[in-house]
Each structure stands twice: as C-alpha cells, then as structure tokens.
Design a protein around this ligand. Structure first.
Ligand SMILES: NC(=O)C1=CN([C@@H]2O[C@H](COP(=O)(O)OP(=O)(O)OC[C@H]3O[C@@H](n4cnc5c(N)ncnc54)[C@H](OP(=O)(O)O)[C@@H]3O)[C@@H](O)[C@H]2O)C=CC1
Ligand SMILES: O=C(O)C1=N[C@H](C(=O)O)C[C@H](O)C1
Length: 255
C-alpha cells in the first residue's frame, strides 16, 4: 500500500484527491498538510497537520496541488525529508522551477502542468503540427473558471513551449500575451497565448495553426476536475519506486 500525503488538501483538486483515494487500489491517504482547519470530515487515521516535517514523515509519496508559494515551501522542506513528489501546481517562477530541479536530484519528481492523458497527447500533436506546418501562424487560447489565479495557464505555457521547440524558437522571445491598440502586422514567428476567465470552466485549450486558405485547430476540453485528480494518482503510483530524476506526464503514460 502506498501511503499518500496530500498537499493543498482543502483546495478544489485536493478535495477530489482525498475522495478518489477512498476507492483507489494500492494507495491510501495517510497525511494532509493544512494551514487552516479542514471544513470537511476526514478519516481519523489520517494525520492532519500544519507541521511540514510530520506531514512528510507520515507518507510514502506527496501529491501537490497548491499555490506557488506553498509549493516552494514544500520543495524546500522535502530536500531535508526526501519523498517522491507529484507536483501539479502551476504558475511557478524561475526560482521555484530551479528548486524543483534541485529536488529532483535527490528524489523522483514528476511535474506536470496538466495531469490529463488528452493534454499529454495534445502536446505531442502540437509539436508535430508546429514542425510540419512551418508557414502557419500559431495562436493559443485557454479558458478557465473565474477562481484561477495564474495566467496564462501552465498547460498553455507547456503547449507554447512545444510549439516553439518544434520550430527551434526561444519562447521568451516570441511569446505574445496581449494585443491592444495599433500593434502593427503580426510577425511570422510570434506565438500568442491568450487567457480567458469565467464561470466554472474546468479547462479548455485550443492551439490553432492558421495559414492563407486554411487553418487547423487542436482542442482539448476537460469536462471534469477528476481528470486531474485521477491523473495525479496514476502518476503517483508510477513514481513511487522511481530513481531520483525529473519526470513528466508522458514518461508515466509512456507516450
Ligand atoms: N496539473 C494539473 O493537472 C492541474 C493543476 N492545477 C493547479 O493546481 C493548483 C491548485 O488548484 P486548485 O485546487 O484549483 O486551487 P485552490 O485555490 O482551490 O487550492 C489551493 C490549495 O493550496 C493551499 N494553499 C495555498 N497557499 C498556501 C500556503 N501558503 N500554505 C499552505 N497551503 C496553501 C490552499 O489552502 P487554503 O484552503 O488554506 O487556502 C488550498 O488547499 C493551481 O496552481 C492550479 O493551476 C489545477 C488543476 C489541474
Ligand atoms: O487552475 C486550474 O483549474 C487548472 N490549471 C492547470 C493549468 O494552469 O494549466 C491545468 C488545468 O487546465 C486546470
């Protein structure tokens, strides 16, 4: 039985992880990290704590869906108490991404901006399409619920990275995040990544390739947030016995 520690337990995804773990074979919930008391009941055998060390000592693997500053704290602490880490938090800055790489030198870390199988495949398709359709303009649109704090989404950034890499472009130089006013004509290499927010949209990503006379759009829509919690549990099961390294969701799905 793999003992799972959930970090970000009171959040939208964290709650689903706790629910899903009740019916997941070979895995059980053993600890949750909280900064405030939980507003739902939890099995008394589970350690509910705001002490990071106890949280880490009471689990075999950690699944994190929190916010960047919390994820940073987890990464710093896990260097002293290494555990396989499944990280789903998006919006990490350069320092936090570097911490994640450092952590992966001493423990297995799977970082995925999207835990769904569909988006893992979409990433591959975007790479292929970007390389094959080199004259086509690339534009990415993501849509999420009104509560989402980071923009653009981690998934949209990962997709834009795949598109840029396939053309040998540096995303930092070609990414456009907004258009307003007299902006002039579109340049050939730019890759726009636009964020829309509203209602309860779970997550929708469209990568469009536009040319004169034709265009193709690759779209993924998550219709249930359980797609992410179940994907993260699948990733955790896979990661539990791996060597220290930085893994992504394609490694786990063998795509
Ligand atoms: N990779 C993927 O497939 C997916 C990634 N995500 C990402 O996962 C993250 C969480 O999403 P979601 O569940 O919707 O977010 P929520 O805002 O619902 O949950 C965030 C959780 O993090 C906790 N938290 C925030 N700050 C701290 C802190 N400083 N210390 C301790 N705990 C903290 C919150 O605790 P409290 O209740 O006390 O505030 C809460 O439990 C986001 O970055 C989101 O983009 C989301 C879906 C899928
Ligand atoms: O915050 C969310 O909800 C989501 N965040 C992830 C992201 O930023 O890409 C993944 C998913 O789209 C839902």
């Amino acid at each position: 039985m793999i003992k799972v520690g959930v970090f970000g337990a009171s959040g939208r995804v964290g709650r689903l992880l706790i629910e899903d773990l009740k019916t997941t074979q070979e895995m059980s919930l053993s600890s949750v990290y909280v900064r405030n008391p939980l507003d739902f009941a939890i099995d008394p055998s589970v350690l509910v704590t705001s002490d990071m060390k106890s949280f880490l000592n009471n689990c075999d693997i950690v699944i994190d869906f929190s916010l960047p500053e919390a994820c940073e704290m987890l990464l710093e602490e896990s260097i002293n108490t290494p555990k396989p880490l499944v990280i789903g938090t998006t919006g990490l800055n350069t320092h936090q991404l570097n911490l994640l790489k450092q952590a992966s030198e001493i423990m297995p870390v799977l970082y995925a901006t999207n835990m769904s199988m569909g988006v893992a495949l979409l990433n591959k398709l975007v790479y292929q399409a970007s390389a094959a359709l080199e004259d086509f303009d690339i534009e990415i649109v993501e849509m999420h619920h009104r509560h989402k704090k980071d923009a653009p989404s981690g998934t949209a950034l990962t997709l834009s990275e795949s598109a840029a890499q396939a053309r040998g472009l540096d995303l930092n130089k070609v990414r456009v995040s907004g258009r307003d006013g007299n902006i002039g004509e579109r340049s050939k290499d730019e890759i726009a990544v636009m964020a829309l927010r509203g209602g309860d949209i779970v997550g929708r990503h469209t990568v469009g390739f536009y040319n004169d006379g034709e265009f193709i759009e690759l779209n993924h829509t998550a219709t249930s947030r359980n797609t992410f919690s179940k994907g993260a549990l699948r990733a955790g099961k896979w990661l539990a016995d791996k060597e220290p390294s930085l893994y992504n969701i394609s490694d786990c799905l063998e795509l």
